[in-house]
Write a protein that binds this ligand. Structure first.
Ligand code: G3I
Length: 357
């Protein structure tokens, strides 16, 4: 059978699975299901979701802001370091590390009974200068990649539950993104990264993490093919991370489709960096009730679709930040998260709760 026919069969199989998933999810959306008494919103916490809900955290805020820390402790069941585990934050030279912030986060999570998701081992951004300046043959490049991954994953073995092993390797046209590891090792760096991480902690859940599933057919297709082909080669890859930096202009169906499409590969699905911008065009606007309601609907839909995919695939939802003013989007006026600048729950919070209830 030629490659084109094989691809066609794969596409048809995928489409059948997707239809089945849609039928399944619309059945499980049936409002006549006995839901049990709803908990009043003031007694709610995100911890009541049927899957882990968490946030990306900033270590300085965690250390210095009581309200930030209290909100995290009260609401979150899973934490990701927004920046503290990126390569140039951790790696200061070959075999030299700055562990303080990452250690602080892992200890904090452990003390408060939360899961930690590691972000991110291999990314085209944040390459430390000692790596960019490294010279060696392909085997030596593999050796430094392996050392780095295994030093980091090994340090937190049994304490960090999961990792974004490889982040953002696809371009919008569906080709591989250029990065130093691709240049020096070739595409094999992708599967090697997963194998190295798995050797260092065989129990860690390993993710491929990327953005754009909700707006790009090419990107979705690439990720499903990547994941399926790596798993066929028995590469230890266990999940797809959907970043989902989205906004109130996106259709709810696109968002639902992104999650259900990832589930086609029958691996765990993590909405890993959720935020919902109300000001994607970066205009000089105010946060009106109308925008707050639209945003609430988006959060509701995402909370709901995570519940609608098969239970064993629900890795959870991580918001990319805790409160609006701490968001990476905040230098432009935006209100993208569940809590406002004073850590008060927004309409978005209520929507999220309604989505998972
Ligand atoms: O900590 C240094 C500080 O010492 C230095 O003085 C200052 C000068 O620029 O930089 C500080 O680091 C910045 C860091 O945020 C912490 O504030 C980096 O320059 C800046 O690039 C970094 O931005 C982060 C960005 O990723 C790039 O790593 C954002 O906070 C973070 O929210 C964002 O998160 C990414 C995910 O990792 C991957 N997916 C997309 C997502 C949003 O862009």
């Amino acid at each position: 059978m030629d490659t084109m026919n094989k691809n066609l069969i794969r596409l048809l199989a995928g489409a059948c699975f997707l239809i089945a998933l849609f039928v399944f999810s619309s059945c499980s959306n049936n409002d006549s299901e006995p839901a049990g008494p709803a908990i009043p919103i003031e007694d709610q916490t995100l911890k009541n979701a049927p899957y882990p809900v968490g946030a990306a955290v900033n270590i300085t805020s965690l250390k210095n802001s009581e309200k930030y820390r209290e909100t995290v402790i009260h609401e979150m069941s899973s934490l990701t370091a927004e920046n503290a585990m990126k390569m140039n934050f951790l790696s200061k030279g070959r075999g030299e590390y700055f562990w303080d912030d990452a250690d602080y986060l892992v200890d904090f999570a452990q003390q408060n009974g939360m899961r930690v998701h590691g972000h991110t081992l291999v990314w085209y951004k944040h390459t430390p200068s000692w790596v960019s300046e490294f010279s060696g043959d392909k085997e030596e490049w593999k050796a430094i990649l392996k050392e780095y991954i295994q030093d980091v994953v090994g340090r937190y073995k049994g304490r960090i539950a999961s990792w974004d092993v490889v982040n953002e390797i696809v371009m919008d046209d569906g080709t591989l993104r250029d990065c130093i590891w691709l240049q020096k090792i070739g595409p094999e760096y992708i599967e090697l990264s997963f194998r190295y991480a798995h050797e260092a902690d065989p129990d860690a859940v390993l993710f491929y993490n990327d953005y754009g599933h909700e707006w790009s057919f090419n990107r979705r297709l690439f990720v499903n093919h990547l994941v399926d082909s790596l798993r066929t080669k028995e590469v230890p890859l266990h999940g797809i991370g959907l970043q989902m930096h989205t906004n109130t202009n996106r259709s709810l169906l696109d968002l639902r489709y992104a999650v259900t499409s990832a589930a086609i590969s029958k691996v765990k699905v993590h909405v890993s960096e959720l935020d919902v911008s109300v000001n994607p065009d970066k205009k000089d606007i105010t946060f009106t009730d109308d925008l707050a309601q639209k945003q609430s609907q988006v959060y509701k839909e995402i909370a709901k679709v995570m519940k609608d995919i098969p239970k064993e695939l629900q890795y959870g939802i991580t918001c990319w930040g805790v409160h609006d003013t701490g968001s990476w989007l905040s230098p432009n006026p935006d209100w993208a998260l569940l809590f406002d600048g004073d850590f008060e729950r927004k309409a978005a919070y209520r929507g999220f709760i309604e989505g998972f209830q």
